[in-house]
Design a protein around this ligand. Structure first.
Ligand SMILES: NC(=O)N[C@@H](CC(=O)O)C(=O)O
Ligand SMILES: [Zn+2]
Ligand SMILES: [Zn+2]
Length: 345
């Protein structure tokens, strides 16, 4: 029987939501992951250090007592965010990063940033104190095709920002294009990228061929096959600038299966099984630990986890549920469209 032991992984981009949804999903992350960067796009968003402290307490309370899990909190950047509050958040050890949502780019982003100039005082302070910026890297300009929004963001927002503030550490989250991969590779420092599980597995056909499949719809939307291959190459290369951020983003089924469905794919429950499959297909199982457990903490300046997990390849395919039931309603689980044999022992 094939098995693989790696350091316990972390998730560098995760949506836990709040209330009944938080209670319904947290165990799927805390079972396997030691830490996660918690996205702040709640309604209302997590804007201040005080908001983040209260949200962190709700997460800790919802975590199964048997699991050791550390939520790494982020602040939702607005045009009114106070540099002093951000600095205080970092100084107290509570805040790991600040998140930039271009206003209107994705779920609950309407309170995000419209005019980057208005965010400059905070970004300058972050550069000074070494606090990373996580970005949802898509422009929202109506004229720009949705499949081009990541590349246009790099050219018109991210690259100018990095030239203006070279000392700012930026994590380009959920990279979905070869343009994003190339841009990260071209940077000498202060730039890294997270890659989701699902973008390593699906291309845009999954959403559109044979009928419209809302459970494969997320933002940034999956791109054409050449981009998926570039993501797989980067993730399995061992390059320290790429690490796992699942972007597991639960929405209840009625909000996905309707005439204007929400963006987001729920992968927390089967991510490690999916990743082991992908890395095995790429003949790169020896690089899984770098991607899931080493590169992320190194970039964030944190120690890698001391504990380990063991992945075991089972004869029979595993049975993940099609949906999980939460107090907020059912959430459909990501279907990779191939049987999963790798199990977290
Ligand atoms: N990825 C998604 O499709 N959705 C995320 C938001 C995000 O990460 O952009 C969500 O909060 O639902
Ligand atoms: Zn996003
Ligand atoms: Zn996300």
């Amino acid at each position: 029987m094939q098995s693989l032991t790696i350091r316990r992984p972390d998730d560098w981009h995760l949506h836990l939501r709040d209330g009944a949804m938080l209670e319904g999903v947290i165990g799927d992350t805390s079972r396997h992951f030691a830490r996660a960067i918690i996205m702040p796009n709640l309604v209302p968003p997590v804007v201040t250090t005080a908001d983040a402290r209260a949200y962190r307490e709700r997460i800790v309370r919802a975590t199964p007592a048997s699991d050791r899990f550390e939520p790494l909190m982020t602040l939702y950047l607005t045009e009114h965010t106070s540099p002093d509050d951000v600095e205080e958040g970092k100084r107290s050890g509570l805040i790991t990063a600040v998140k930039l949502y271009p206003a209107g780019a994705t779920t609950n982003s309407h309170g995000g940033v419209r005019d980057m100039d208005k965010a400059m005082p905070v970004l300058e302070r972050m550069a000074k104190i070494g606090l990373p910026l996580c970005v949802h890297g898509e422009v929202t300009t109506p004229e720009v095709d949705i499949f081009d929004r990541e590349k246009v963001f790099i050219d018109t927002v991210l690259d100018p920002l990095r030239k203006r503030l070279p000392e700012l550490k930026v994590a380009m989250e959920h990279v979905t294009t070869s343009d994003g991969i190339d841009y990260i590779r071209s940077a000498e420092k202060n730039l890294a990228g997270s890659i989701t599980t699902h973008h390593l597995i699906i291309n845009r056909n999954a959403i559109l061929v044979g009928g419209i499949r809302p459970h494969y719809y997320c933002l940034p939307v999956a791109k054409r096959e050449s981009h998926r291959l570039a993501l797989r190459q980067a993730a399995t290369s061992g390059d320290v600038r790429f690490f796992l951020g699942t972007d597991s983003a639960p929405h209840v089924d009625p909000l996905k299966e309707c005439s204007c469905g929400c963006a987001g794919i729920y992968t927390s429950i089967n991510t490690m099984s999916c990743l082991a499959h992908v890395f095995e297909q790429e003949d790169a199982l020896d690089k899984l630990e770098a991607f899931a457990s080493l590169n992320g903490p190194a970039w964030y300046g944190l120690p890698a986890n001391e504990e380990t997990i063991t992945l075991v390849k089972r004869e029979e395919p595993l049975n993940f549920p099609l949906k999980i039931e939460t107090g907020a309603g059912p959430v459909t689980v990501f279907d990779p469209m191939f049987p999963l044999h790798w199990d977290v022992a």
